[in-house]
Design a protein around this ligand. Structure first.
Ligand SMILES: [Zn+2]
Ligand SMILES: [Zn+2]
Length: 336
């Protein structure tokens, strides 16, 4: 089968690789139909990730089920499914508590199409093997366009977890999103508005992100991060910059929570610890536990409260994926 492989900045190649086969009764094979680029893919395409090597690419998408093992009961061939980017069993100690990103029955950080952790192949290929199919696959409800929810595998649930549980705990709260280059901040704005945040302020971010944030309902502040804003009971940092991170933390109200979705690829990162201590700020960072959050985000789409298609930008056909991926500049959706 054909599989798109990332080689280096600006260079990808379709390769012929052996087609995966079912390796157990609880598994499924799926054929990706629509694939979106994750914010990390943009970094990869631009050579900004500290990574060298060849990588089967793509880890956000909607697929058609093409085969299932005897023990699979929730999906059948022909079904449209969203496939989480993380491989998880759904039953171990961590999974049963919703922490599917740290499943204990797979290798550390087992994911599709990513240069970190155990790699299970990329979605830009003709077939993908899904272990634990009943626990992993999420059926796409009728009436929802696969293109609209291509990012439900990763970036959309990543956005949901940064504002959803926080707004459930503190309904109607005002919220600060520190943006950067990437879609997750924009999904977070849209989800926070859908969940009834009192106000969503958006600081930082590039031109397109700032325009989109405003269209999605945010109150857009300055492009540069000041020392502090607010204060806000809920803050989120997507900036991947020291200024954005410090601004988010210093802008968090006493006993508030700051979620840091941005990845800081460095050994240590400065934090305003004294201010955090004196105000009692909770800082949470880490990878999303995608599978449970996918359902919550999909509910918002189904209810018509969240339109993720407003965030995506470029489009490309499957055969143009190599060129489109290496040159993409916004959230790219590749369709068969
Ligand atoms: Zn990703
Ligand atoms: Zn597990």
């Amino acid at each position: 089968m054909r599989q798109l492989t990332f080689l280096e900045k600006g260079k990808l190649e379709w390769r012929d690789v052996p087609e995966p086969a079912l390796e157990g009764g609880g598994e499924a094979l799926v054929k990706p139909l629509v694939v979106a680029t994750c914010d990390l893919d943009l970094w990869l395409a631009r050579g900004k990730l500290p990574y060298e090597g060849e990588l089967p690419i793509g880890h956000e998408g909607v697929a058609e089920v093409i085969d299932v093992g005897d023990a699979v009961s929730s999906v059948k061939p022909g079904d449209l499914v969203s496939v989480p980017f993380q491989v998880a069993c759904g039953e171990c100690h961590a999974c049963s508590r919703g922490r599917t990103g740290n499943c204990e029955r797979v290798g550390r950080m087992a994911t599709y199409g990513l240069p970190i952790g155990e790699n299970h192949g990329g979605f830009l290929s003709d077939a993908v093997r899904v272990p634990f199919a009943d626990a992993m696959l999420l059926a796409v409800p009728d009436g929802i366009e696969p293109e609209a929810i291509a990012s439900l595998s990763d970036n959309i649930p990543d956005a949901w977890r940064s504002v959803g549980p926080q707004l459930e705990q503190d309904p109607g709260s005002e919220l600060l999103v520190c943006g950067g280059a990437g879609s997750i901040a924009l999904y977070a704005v849209a989800i926070a508005v859908a969940l009834g945040a009192g106000r969503v302020d958006f600081a930082g971010g590039g031109g397109r992100d700032r325009e989109l944030a405003e269209r999605l309902g945010a109150n857009v502040l300055e492009p540069e991060f000041p020392e502090r804003l607010g204060p806000y009971p809920i803050t989120v940092d997507f900036s991947a910059s020291h200024e954005g991170l410090a601004c988010a933390l210093r802008s968090t109200a006493p006993d508030g929570i700051c979620t840091v979705n941005a990845i800081y690829f460095e050994q240590s990162t400065p934090l305003p610890m004294l201010e955090m201590y004196t105000k009692g700020i909770r800082l949470h960072t880490g990878r999303v536990h995608a599978r449970p959050a996918m359902e919550r985000a999909l509910d918002l789409v189904r209810e018509g409260r969240f339109q993720p298609e407003l965030v995506t930008g470029e489009r490309a056909g499957w055969d143009d994926a190599a060129e489109a991926f290496s040159a993409h500049d916004s959230k790219l959706v590749i369709s068969r």
